[in-house]
Design a protein around this ligand. Structure first.
Ligand code: GAR
Length: 189
């Protein structure tokens, strides 16, 4: 059974969806949920789901090898970023080369880069009068949202849509596709 570590900074609804999806089969499990936010609802979800969790601070991540060592000790096969807002340090990217995946709530390369996350992305999409938006699942490298693209899916943006309505459409796409794409990657490891 392969082991997936999910990193999440916020609500963690994708993390929860991944946990539940992989529990239905025997290919892999989300074996730990890590967060850089002490009060992230993702950690509360982990607790409710019975998944081990770990909070880490900036120093743990950038000025020590604590997180890499933890991931190695736990024999993690694949890292999934699900609403995780920090850049991943190079030592982790090198060790987990082609085994770190991120989901971005827009059609990259549009609406990506530092500071573009969550509702900020949807507000910009609405403000610019886009007719469509979507999700991008990509490998992670040392720049925000620039790793090679694995999968994209689109959804329509109506002139009457608010950023909140766009967020709902995006979450629906994420729940539908993200576990399946992660499954394919894990299966190929
Ligand atoms: C998701 O929509 C994800 O695509 C986005 O944050 C949301 C997290 O929701 N990620 C980014 O914006 C990364 N730049 P969740 O915490 O409910 O899974």
């Amino acid at each position: 059974m392969k082991k997936i570590a999910v990193l999440a900074s916020g609500s963690g609804s994708n993390a929860e969806n991944l946990v539940k999806y992989f529990r239905k089969g025997d290919l892999a499990r989300v074996s730990v949920i890590l967060s850089n936010k002490k009060d992230a609802f993702a950690l509360e979800r982990a607790h409710r789901l019975g998944v081990p969790s770990l909070y880490f601070g900036r120093d743990d991540f950038y000025n020590s090898s604590k997180i890499l060592e933890t991931l190695k000790e736990q024999e993690i096969d694949c890292i999934v970023l699900a609403g995780f807002l920090w850049l991943v340090p190079d030592d982790i990217i090198e060790y987990f080369s082609e085994r770190i995946v991120n989901i971005h709530p827009a059609l990259l390369p549009k609406y990506g880069g530092k500071g573009m996350f969550g509702m900020k992305v949807h507000a910009a999409v609405v403000e610019n009068g886009e007719h469509e938006t979507g999700i991008t699942i990509h490998y992670v490298n040392s720049n925000y949202d620039e790793g090679s693209i694995i999968f994209q899916a689109k959804t329509e943006v109506l002139p009457t849509d608010s950023p909140e309505m766009v967020a709902e459409k995006i979450h629906a796409l994420e729940y539908e596709h993200f576990p399946r794409i992660v499954e394919k990657i894990v299966a190929s490891l």
